[in-house]
Design a protein around this ligand. Structure first.
Ligand code: GDP
Length: 441
């Protein structure tokens, strides 16, 4: 196993930079560069760092040793906290590259080693990546919980239950002639159904974890000139969209990113929905409609027309969408119907209320949840496969199928869960269970 090193803090000038070294040579490197014996584990020590070849001093630094397996990667890990100047960092990295058996780490390699050494399961690895990418409070909370193993524990728990069921099924094959409790297989059916139900309700989460991670899409829809870009501009607090009196000038989708109660929201202004004349405009409308269709929520906007009626309608609104009457400064009241928010993008009247209503919706639908939630399509695929295999096992059981085939379905269900957490060693685990399984000797 090679020893790897990398600058673990961000590049560029900074007060402090952290350089991490992991692997069998880590302690040797530390002693060679500091010219002193390794300090006690997890104890910061101030030292001078040298280039051992030239004895040139590189920096005054703090060094820390985490002896494996009690480290992030599970290997011996050394951290140098050096001054964050470019030349200092380049100097230390340059010296590190000169040691035998030591090389620069590939992207993600420290975490990969942590996974391979059983320090983190795959969901925790993903949680760590999400934590580093988190931009809002909700994303941070969700990622931290996942990194700490909430999702992994949930799936491992299910896997444990499946393992027991598999042991029952296996037992009825291996010990068919012996005195097996009669109801062993009969007990399996309800347990299978119970687990499948739990996994299914975990799947039916309205994609809230994925939405919180990726961001929620909100589209502003309505005919041209009702004031969609004006609202967007007001919300963004800057001139993000071009506002014009001429109908059909908003040809493309313009968007702003908002942080609403910790949920990242992309608000998109779609091209006005109406009969298009020009080709460009037609394409703009097509894209706008597609975007409105696929958005998580829509702000459907109408405005008073010059005849005292309404420009636009709420036909595109679905349950959960917000209905908005803009240009309320012009309307003589009474135009806003039931459940319609009256605002003026021009004066700002009602806009705060709109933001509050949108925030409430977004938070209720996509905010950080108390229970661990699915955060990636990868998880969803594994869970769907698992439920399908469970269902096949249950059907097989009911139709009196050979227990060996039922066991195969259960194995597939376990493998599907194992793929999510990165644990695929079903057979090893079976050995463990069978050792304690009190049938036969
Ligand atoms: P869009 O095509 O739906 O994006 O509409 P725009 O935002 O381009 O607005 C069309 C016209 O309506 C512009 O002249 C705006 O200044 C005007 N407008 C937008 N919102 C309001 C409002 O609340 N009150 C009034 N009186 N005019 C508005």
């Amino acid at each position: 196993m090679e020893t790897i090193y990398a600058l673990s803090s961000a590049g560029g000038r900074a007060g402090v930079a952290v350089i991490r070294v992991s692997g069998p040579e880590a302690i040797f490197v530390l002693e060679a560069m500091s010219g002193r014996p390794a300090p006690d584990a997890r104890r910061a020590v101030l030292c001078r760092l040298f280039d051992p070849a030239t004895r040139v001093e590189l920096d005054q630094a703090l060094m820390l040793l985490f002896e494996g397996p009690r480290s992030f990667t599970g290997e011996d890990v050394v951290e140098f906290h050096v001054h964050g100047g470019r030349a200092v960092v380049a100097g230390v990295l340059g010296v590190l590259s000169g040691f035998d058996g030591v090389r620069a780490a590939a992207p993600g390699e420290f975490t990969r080693r942590a996974f391979e050494n059983g320090k983190l399961d795959l969901t925790a690895v993903e949680g760590l990546a999400d934590l580093i990418d988190a931009e809002t409070e909700g994303q941070r909370r969700q990622a931290l919980r996942q990194m700490e193993g909430a999702l992994g524990r949930l799936y491992d728990g299910w896997r444990g239950r499946l393992l027991k069921m598999l042991a029952y099924a296996e037992a009825s094959i291996d010990f068919a002639d012996e005195d097996l409790p009669e109801d062993l297989l009969a007990r399996l059916g309800p347990e299978l159904a119970g687990l499948a139900n739990e996994i299914q309700s975990h799947l039916d989460d309205g994609h809230r974890g994925e939405r919180l991670r990726d961001g929620v899409e909100v589209a502003i829809v309505g005919p041209p000139n009702v004031g969609k870009s004006s609202l967007l501009n007001r919300l963004a607090g800057r001139e993000a969209a071009i506002v014009s009196d001429e109908a059909g000038t908003t040809r493309d989708v313009l968007e702003v990113r908002l942080d609403l109660a910790g949920v990242p929201v992309t608000l998109a202004d779609t091209a006005g929905i109406r009969e298009a004349e020009g080709l460009v405009e037609k394409e703009g409308i097509r894209r706008g409609l597609a975007r409105a269709e696929s958005a998580d929520l829509r702000l459907v906007m109408v405005a008073p027309d010059s005849q005292g009626g309404l420009e636009g309608n709420f036909d595109l609104a679905r349950g959960g969408d917000l209905k908005i009457l803009n240009k309320a400064d012009r309307a003589s009241g009474g135009l806003a119907g039931e459940g319609v928010l009256a605002i003026s993008a021009l004066t700002g009247e009602g806009v705060e209320k709109l933001v509050a209503a949108l925030t409430e919706k977004v938070e209720a639908l996509f905010g950080a949840s108390e229970n661990p939630v699915i955060t990636r399509a990868r998880h969803r695929e594994g869970l769907v496969d698992c439920v399908e295999a469970l269902e096949a096992a249950r059907m097989g059981l009911m139709s009196g199928l050979d227990p060996a085939l039922v066991a195969e379905d259960l194995r597939m269900a376990m493998r599907a869960l194992g793929r999510i957490t990165g644990r695929v060693d079903v057979e090893d685990l079976l050995d463990v269970v069978f050792r304690d399984f009190c049938i036969g000797k």
